[in-house]
Write a protein that binds this ligand. Structure first.
Ligand code: ADP
Ligand code: MG
Ligand code: ZN
Length: 658
């Protein structure tokens, strides 16, 4: 599993010579420092005090330096071993010594006693100067960005995967069939470029892998290299943006030079958005550097011919912010979408990652796949790992369904915080709040069925009601969204009805947040307000990229702004009122559920169904219309991506917490 990532990363220094150079200089400095230390501390023969006195009387000594009890001296002539200097220690105070020295006309030099820390500071100074010098040299190399220079620091730190044993192939990438098909062409080309070039066929220079984090873009790029059996250089966009001005550009140059030398091969630029953001949009320090790097990428991409056998792959999860120049013909003109896996793909990914995990025979991967909508490949890898850890903690030899259930809850809901001490009244409020969500989620026909409900704090939440979609949805119907709003607001509604308005809690803040986002999207993005019509009201949200965001402006007037605010508030207050009505309607069931929840702390879907009784969840009432042939047509799943559920920022993958 995760060790697979590093196994084949044969760290290949593409710039051996320069690295050797650094090392040599570093070594010279270190050796110099040691030499100095050695010279300074060169051992001198130690005389016994008797010998010393004898030497004085024998008139063999030229001078002495007295420092406390220490005496360093110089012979008039080198002694038998050739030493010209010596040292000795005065055993006790010897009042006869000074007169003796004087009478023998030996030069006496007195020195105050030091504790040696003075020398130490000198060493620090010398070493720091050495370090600084080294750093200075490196920096100069970086700034010039001239690859010819010996100290060039701009050498790409691209990693070259040469070791082909245990390579990654398409078999390791489960699902993403379309992406694999698109990339198969690249593989064919890399395997035998002549076949294509002899026909005069034009091969794309670059392909851009687009998809959410963790969907397997990096994995796919590696698999292409593995399939074609060619070297794989990878470098991450964020690595380009870190150092001194000019380094990024020269790294790009070296990366491509290295690639050409090793062609046919793949150059993979991960996180292209870090460096490929629209020019002129950046704020702050690395701005110029980024643009230079980006320009260099463009120059290099124009400068080579795909018949050289070089293919550039890049990955990003923000294609919308990329500089358009990157997407021009002859550059990354192929876009390969790597989707989040659907049920079937998730099952396949589970199979891939459980290859080496011993499973209980009755473990049902299909069920697990169905219960984990929205999880990416990376999430699933993590899920398998957590399940295996759980089994290991419980001292079992095999992983079972329960372990996966545990892992799923941990990943989707955050870890349980059982040790947190909860006041009884808090628990009571939480139990009612969560029961409110659950009851409405259970009885409203269009919302996701409730999967689990708990009053044990998880992650940041005091309690959790967790619902899971039965299958992937493509459309967000207005009616469904309205019901979703009711479920979201049901927690607060229950608190108000049960305990009175003075005793509502702040525990609903996240619910309210999300309800507001949904209502906002309904009005401003999805054109679901009758008053405002199907118009998009700007202020594009989405992950914040400061530079770009400053450019976007409102495309509506103050008057419209007010109407938008009113519409949002109307939608929410209306949903809240309806939620309260339903809470009153189902009060008896709600009391029962809250009571059991307080006792058992966690209830799963079967237990909830048992307590609340049957609901008429009919997930697609319009399907019935279709059969009768007199209603709106239901479009089955189609390729267009679903409108992202409101602000994915805080949303956990898959299910929803309330
Ligand atoms: P991305 O580059 O899109 O963020 P990665 O390629 O780094 O995602 O995926 C991270 C890990 O998740 C991979 O190393 C792999 O173990 C797992 N993974 C992701 N997608 C898949 C998939 N389709 N099949 C198998 N494993 C996958
Ligand atoms: Mg990646
Ligand atoms: Zn809530």
């Amino acid at each position: 599993m995760s060790d697979m990532k590093n196994k084949n990363r044969g760290q290949f220094p593409p710039n051996n010579r320069n690295q050797g150079m650094y090392f040599a200089i570093f070594l010279i400095i270190v050796l110099g420092v040691f030499l100095l230390i050695y010279l300074y501390m060169k051992p001198k023969p130690v005389l016994t005090y008797n010998e010393f006195l004898k030497s004085i009387e024998g008139n063999a000594i030229a001078r002495v330096v007295i420092q406390g009890q220490m005496i360093n001296g110089e012979f008039k002539n080198p002694d038998a071993t050739g030493a010209k200097e010596f040292k000795t220690v005065i055993p006790l105070d010897d009042p006869t010594l000074l007169p003796l020295l004087k009478t023998n006309h030996i030069a006496i030099i007195g020195e105050p006693i030091r504790d040696g820390s003075g020398d130490f500071i000198w060493w620090i100074v010398i070493i720091s100067v050495g370090m600084f010098l080294l750093w200075f040299l490196l920096m100069r190399g970086g700034q010039g960005g001239d690859p010819g220079r010996a100290m060039s620091f701009g050498k790409s730190r691209a990693r070259l995967h040469r070791d082909m044993s245990g390579k990654i192939t398409f078999a390791d990438v489960a699902g993403c069939e379309e992406a694999k098909q698109d990339l198969q062409e690249v593989v064919e080309f890399l395997k035998s470029p002549q076949k294509f070039t002899s026909l005069g066929a034009k091969i794309p220079k670059g392909a851009l892998l687009v998809g959410s984090p963790g969907t397997g873009k990096t994995l796919l790029a590696k698999a292409v290299a593995g399939e074609a059996n060619v070297p794989f250089f990878s470098v991450s966009g964020s690595e380009f943006v870190e150092m001194f001005v000019g380094v990024g550009a020269s790294r790009v140059r070296d990366l491509f030079a290295e690639g050409r030398k090793n062609a046919p091969c793949i150059i993979f630029i991960d996180e292209l958005d870090a460096v490929g953001r629209s020019r002129g949009a950046g704020l702050g320090g690395s701005h110029d550097e980024r643009e230079q790097t980006l320009n260099q990428i463009l120059v290099e991409m124009d400068g080579f011919d795909s018949s050289e056998g070089l293919i550039i792959l890049a990955a990003t999860n923000r294609p919308d912010i990329l500089d358009l120049a990157l997407m021009r013909p002859g550059r990354f003109d192929r876009k390969i979408v790597v989707d989040k896996p659907d049920v079937r793909a998730r099952e396949l990914i589970l199979k891939v990652h459980t290859r080496k995990v011993p499973l209980e025979p009755e473990t049902n991967l299909e069920n697990i796949a169905r219960g984990t909508p929205g999880l990416t490949g990376a999430d699933i890898e993590n899920l398998v790992n957590e399940a295996a850890l759980k089994a290991a903690r419980d001292n079992r030899k095999k992983v079972n369904d329960g372990d996966f259930e545990f892992a799923k809850d941990k990943i989707l809901l955050g870890p349980e915080r059982k040790s947190k001490i909860i006041l009884d009244e808090d628990k009571l409020v939480t139990a009612y709040h969560e029961s409110g969500h659950a009851v409405l989620g259970h009885f409203l026909p269009l919302t996701d069925p409730i999967h689990k409900i708990t009053v044990i704090p998880r992650g940041f939440a005091a309690g959790v009601t967790f619902s899971l979609p039965v299958d992937e949805r493509t459309h967000l119907f207005k009616e469904r969204l309205l019901q979703e709003l009711m479920v979201l607001l049901a927690g607060r509604a229950t608190e108000e009805i049960k305990f009175g308005h003075d005793w509502i809690s702040g525990g609903a803040s996240n619910d309210i947040d999300r309800a507001t986002q949904i209502a906002h999207s309904m009005v401003c993005e999805w054109g679901m307000s009758e008053k405002l019509g199907p118009v998009s009201y700007g202020e594009k949200e989405g992950p914040v990229f400061l530079g770009k965001d400053l450019v976007t402006r409102k495309n509506f007037s103050e008057k419209i702004h007010e109407t938008i605010d009113n519409e949002i508030r109307d939608i929410i207050t209306d949903a809240y009122k309806k939620a309260k009505d339903l809470v009153v309607k189902y009060k008896a069931k709600l009391d029962k559920l809250a009571k059991v929840l307080l006792e058992r702390e966690v209830l799963n879907s079967e237990e909830i169904n048992e307590i609340l009784g049957p609901s008429d969840k009919d997930r697609f009432p319009i399907q019935a219309n279709l059969e009768k042939n007199d209603g709106p047509v239901v479009m089955k799943r189609h390729a267009a991506p679903a409108p992202e559920a409101p602000k994915p920022a805080k949303k956990r993958p898959g299910g929803t917490k309330k």
